[in-house]
Write a new protein. Structure first.
Length: 314
């Protein structure tokens, strides 16, 4: 008798009621609706990317649209232009100066903030303030500070100290360095934050052993801290190298590639080709070339990480 009652209860629970079926159907529809953006957005981005690559094999103007297929003509065109190679060298120059300076300053700030300082929370909060500033806003702020006249804050300070005024963003010889200063101010806190997290995660045992062996602070830093921070340097260096190669907003908000072409990087060239001269296919070809450079840099760093892991495992 008990077995029969248990069998009936099981059958009754297994048989869905109309209300339960409708609720489950609504939950399934809701689940698919919530999942849709995570599928649709990457798909649209991929379609946009593929469409952009396809445009590089065409002649496509902003005013007339598609005109004809041109094969590799756009790539041959940019690779034989002096202004393209100038923009490419300016991009590399900016990155080659910007990234090492940020890594060095970020490491110094991370080491300082890892110590027991008075008002440590205040200094850590102050550190991230530039990260909360939109790059265009920060660029416009520094444009006022570096104004190449007596009305600029830096030049006003130089005049008050009896020193000559500087051109900064308005001087072709100083434009790239001035842009690096702005970018360093904006993104060094990001580097310092990552490296600070790395410092706080390092094991204490190697330092205790080094102390017993009589190592001083410099020896411990050189032979323990730096090697253990290499993975963090690679990660943050990767992000900053890619961002520096893709620099746009800092330059657009200050010099717009000038004076002349002194700060005309690849992204500025792509903007000018696509929207000033209406050559969309040429502008996109420049960005695809830049994408290939970023992929190459990422691959090199990835291979370096793999070698580090294999060396550590051995």
């Amino acid at each position: 008798m008990q077995a029969e009652l248990a069998l009936r209860d099981r059958d009754r629970n297994a048989t869905p009621t109309p209300g339960r079926s409708a609720r489950e159907a609504r939950e399934k529809r809701l689940a698919w609706a919530l999942l849709l953006p995570s599928v649709l957005i990457p798909a649209l981005l991929m379609l946009t990317f593929l469409f952009g690559i396809a445009m590089t094999f065409t002649q496509w103007r902003l005013t007339t649209g598609f005109t004809r297929f041109s094969g590799l003509d756009n790539y041959v065109d940019i690779l034989t232009r002096r202004d393209f190679w100038h923009a490419f060298m300016m991009t590399l120059k900016f990155t080659a100066i910007d990234v090492p300076v940020e890594l060095a300053l970020g490491l110094g700030l991370a080491l300082l903030l890892n110590e027991k300082l008075k008002g440590l929370r205040f200094w850590r909060t102050l550190l991230i303030l530039p990260l909360m500033t939109p790059p265009v806003v920060g660029s416009l702020l520094w444009k006022v500070i570096m104004r190449p006249t007596g009305g600029g804050i830096l030049n006003h300070m130089l005049i008050s100290m009896g020193l000559p005024m500087q051109g900064f963003l308005g001087d072709p010889n100083q434009a790239i360095i001035s842009l690096v200063v702005i970018d360093v101010w904006l993104y060094t806190p990001f580097v310092a934050t990552i490296l600070l997290a790395g410092l706080q995660s390092l094991p204490r045992e190697p330092y205790e052993a080094a102390l017993v062996d009589g190592a001083n602070a410099w020896q411990a830093f050189r032979h323990i801290t730096l090697p253990l921070l290499v993975p963090y340097f690679i990660v943050v260096g990767f992000f900053r190298a890619i961002d520096s190669l893709n620099v746009f907003d800092t330059i657009y908000g200050t010099t717009s590639g000038g004076p002349g072409d002194a700060s005309r990087v690849l992204n500025m060239m792509a903007l000018e080709e696509g929207f000033n001269w209406y050559n969309l296919s040429t502008g996109i070809t420049v960005t695809v070339f830049l994408w290939a450079v970023c992929m190459a840099v990422g691959y090199i760093l990835f291979r370096h990480v793999q070698r580090e892991r294999q060396g550590g495992a051995a």
